[in-house]
Design a protein around this ligand. Structure first.
Ligand code: KG4
Ligand code: ZN
Length: 381
């Protein structure tokens, strides 16, 4: 990948003034939760990327510990940049090749975001490179645009550990929220159900693995908050229904204190595999009910599904069926790009750069629950 980039660079696609924003090389930095990631993207997409996950550390506590997460980001981010630049083979003064520094500014855990934002500002200031603050949720959706031109407007379905949003996507840099969860996110519900079943954090992917070995019962769990005419979600009732099922089936879960290692998943009781399949079906169908409603609201030319939960096999199958029913193209990132990563941040920054947008060194980090301000400035030529 990095070699292909060097060939593109040598082929003079690049020139110093870049009047049309062409040939931009963008460094992306992601530190909003428990993944420290950096990536370089240019017009052709990913040039190089590195990622370090803290999942095993937080699994010891059953969920992300914000203080530990930000300390880990601060420890890892510098060495990871060295790794990235070495991997990309950018030569002796690697940052001189970088045209923009894009960093996730929110939403996320504030302490974690601040590590990435402060690091990005230091790089931008010392190397004289314009800074771009990226909306993490919109970046997730743009992971679907790598190697696959999206049609606009599109319906964007963002499903992650902390958020469940429906978007009208008018362009890569103009997106409007149509609906959102009023309580738990889809990923949060999966993680809680998995945790109560005795699986380690984060349980979403393990639930997926269990569900593949069971048959879904469509009547086992509700399709919550669908008997209304809005586009919002509420997954807390489904989470409670899942927890009730677990308390009524003590023999079907892993006993407390014996959290199974991933390789012990094969010992899971069949009843639990069926419940896992049913729980995911309830999530997938609930998402599709609201997405179908949003499709009727405007006339999108495509559907984009992204975020950690978009890696889920039942969710992917449900949206493939919905897209076919609607006669629209479906774009979902590869499972590796559904979760948090910096390629999506660099890609989002690349689109912002193309639109002539960037931020000053006063860029603020925005925690979960607060809107991302539209405070970009025109970028210096
Ligand atoms: O987008 P993401 O990596 O981080 C946030 O921005 O939140 O999403 C993480 C979430 C977690 O809840 C995780 O359990 C869930 O995505 N997840 C899955 C799968 N892979 C990750 N949920 C269901 N099935 C999966 N295969
Ligand atoms: Zn995310």
């Amino acid at each position: 990948m990095a070699q292909a980039w060097r060939q593109r660079r040598q082929a003079s696609l690049f020139h110093p003034s870049k009047p049309n924003g062409e040939g931009m090389l963008v460094l992306g930095i992601e530190s909003s939760c428990d993944e420290t990631a950096l990536a370089l993207c240019d017009d052709g997409g990913e040039v190089a990327s590195v990622i370090s996950s803290q999942a095993d550390l937080h699994a010891l506590f059953g969920g992300v510990v914000p203080e530990l997460a930000s300390r880990e980001h601060a420890r890892l981010i510098g060495p990871l940049l060295d790794d990235l630049l070495a991997k990309a083979g950018l030569g002796p003064s690697p940052l001189r090749n970088v045209d923009r520094i894009a960093v996730t500014r929110g939403p996320g855990l504030l302490g974690c975001l601040l590590v990435g934002v402060a690091f990005a500002k230091a790089l931008a200031m010392s190397a004289g490179i314009p800074l771009i603050g990226v909306d993490h949720l919109q970046a997730h959706l743009l992971a679907a645009d790598l190697g696959n031109d999206l049609a606009y407007p599109s319906l964007g379905v963002l499903i992650s550990g902390g958020h469940t949003h429906l978007y009208r996507m008018d362009s890569p840099v103009d997106m409007t929220v149509l609906g959102r969860t009023i309580d738990d996110a889809a990923g949060e519900a999966c993680d809680k159900f998995a945790k109560m079943a005795g699986l380690p954090y984060p349980g979403g992917a393990l639930l997926d693995a269990l569900g593949r070995r069971g048959e879904a019962d469509p009547d086992l769990f509700p399709r919550p908050y669908t008997h209304n005419d809005n586009l919002d979600f509420s997954f807390s009732g489904l989470k409670t229904a899942g927890l009730n099922w677990i308390s009524q089936h003590p023999g079907a879960v892993f006993p407390a204190g014996s959290t199974p290692a991933r390789e012990r998943l094969g010992l899971a009781p069949q009843e639990l595999c069926c419940a896992a399949a049913s729980f995911q079906l309830a999530i997938a169908e609930t998402l599709c009910i609201k997405a179908r409603r949003a499709l009727a609201l405007f006339r999108p030319r495509g559907i984009v599904v992204a975020g950690g939960v978009a890696a889920n096999s039942v969710v992917r199958a449900a949206f493939h069926a919905l897209a076919e029913e609607a006669g629209l193209p479906l774009s979902i990132p590869s499972p590796a790009l559904c979760g948090d990563n910096a390629v999506m941040v660099a890609r989002s920054g690349w689109h912002m750069a193309r639109a002539g947008r960037c931020h000053g060194l006063d860029l603020s980090a925005i925690p979960r629950g607060r809107a991302i301000p539209r405070d970009w400035k025109p970028c210096p030529a």
